[in-house]
Design a protein around this ligand. Structure first.
Ligand code: AMP
Ligand code: MG
Length: 355
């Protein structure tokens, strides 16, 4: 299949291009498009065979449910059975924006979109191009991240093309995304909100809107093998580059020494070595490739650059990557959640004493 590439202004998308993309969606095809979080791979969320095409193109396990995207609140009612008070508060506070809410699903939504679950994940994105496309198609658009399953999510159209060229109908290129990490996911089916995936809307922001927020244990630790996926992003290894990633935690000076020792040992074995650093630490590392995620004072910047940097190590043919860890609060919770997965939960404690 030939994939059409169309570039358009993200803030003021070309009407003709949007029309053509919406036509593809209405006919059961696949269109990748930017949102404020990452690029999504869109299909008609009410059409089982269109959803099946998403799973095929991504190589995604069929029990990993999709998020349905809407472009106005009135599009929610038909696809959900109930809007709890907690869900309403979350919608009022954060929609449109980078928050996905889980609702009990209505009969309109096929099980093929929800991985067999009787709940449905819904997001109302704020990106003008995403909004225009959803509105023009007049459908709830199922859109997981537009990457091959298991690879880091795409933050640029070129990442989508690298993974999915020839497997999907169209890529809408609206430039780099704003956040660079996938949406926060909250289960709002009962009285208490449960955080299933951390993202740009932080736990602290959620608490301000709804009071108590429970955190699903899988966010912090490694999920058990027999986990029934509530949020299957939790079950599968995600975001993995080809390189082996190891996280090193501890005092900054000790982390630095440990990583430099590990780099030297890996080099001796003939491996090509990378370090994921920050603006503050990049000059202190000795490795084949030292890539900075941004300033430690700006966790948003670090989040925005994380997936791009993981992909760059792959592009550069790096075998092993070492990275420091980040604080677990605010945006740091989402960064650490993705980093742990990229590392396959391989985290070691720095041992050496700093200078
Ligand atoms: P992505 O692949 O980044 O679009 O993320 C989709 C993720 O949304 C899935 O991997 C799940 O973690 C989550 N999700 C979607 N639907 C549901 C649902 N009904 N219940 C819980 N989590 C869901
Ligand atoms: Mg994904």
């Amino acid at each position: 299949m030939e994939t059409r590439h169309c570039q358009t202004d993200p803030l003021c998308p070309d009407k003709e291009i949007i029309k053509q993309a919406a036509e593809i969606l209405k006919n059961g095809g696949l269109v990748a498009f930017p949102t404020e979080t990452v690029y999504g791979l869109g299909a008609n969320g009410l059409d089982t065979s269109a959803c099946r095409r998403i799973y095929e193109a991504k190589g995604r396990p069929s029990d990993n449910p999709l998020i349905l995207h809407i472009s106005q609140i009135s599009e929610l009612q038909p696809i959900v059975r109930e809007i709890t008070p907690v869900a309403q508060k979350l919608m009022d506070a954060f929609w449109p924006g980078p928050l996905t809410i889980i609702f009990p699903k209505s009969d309109l939504v096929p099980l093929g979109a929800t991985g067999g679950l009787d709940t449905v994940a819904v997001r109302f994105p704020s990106h003008p191009l995403a909004m225009a496309l959803i509105r023009e198609s007049a459908l709830p658009i199922a859109a997981p991240s537009a990457n091959s399953s298991g690879k880091p999510s795409p933050t640029r159209a070129s990442h989508v093309a690298y993974d999915l060229d020839g497997k999907i109908d169209m890529i809408l290129d609206g430039g780099p995304v704003e956040w660079g990490l996938e949406s926060t996911i909250v289960d709002a089916c009962s009285d208490t909100a449960v955080l299933l995936r951390p993202g740009a809307i932080t736990k602290e922001m959620l608490e301000e809107a709804v009071g108590t927020v429970e955190v699903d244990p899988a966010i912090i630790g490694k999920p058990s093998d027999d986990l029934v996926p509530k949020a299957p992003g939790m079950k599968y290894t995600h975001y993995s580059p080809k390189a082996d990633v190891t996280l090193v935690s501890g005092e900054p000076a000790c982390v630095l020494k440990t990583i430099n020792r590990l780099c030297a040992e890996a080099k001796e074995k003939g491996l090509s070595v990378g370090v994921m650093a920050t603006e503050e630490t990049k000059q202190d590392y000795v490795a084949d490739q030292v890539l900075s995620l941004g300033s430690e004072a700006n966790l948003e910047e670090i989040g925005a650059n994380l997936f791009k940097t993981l992909r760059k190590f792959d592009f550069l043919g790096i075998d092993v990557v070492y990275s420091q860890v980040f604080p677990e609060s605010g945006e740091g919770m989402a960064i650490m959640n993705r980093l742990r997965k990229a590392a396959g939960y391989h985290i070691i404690q720095a041992e050496e004493k700093g200078e």
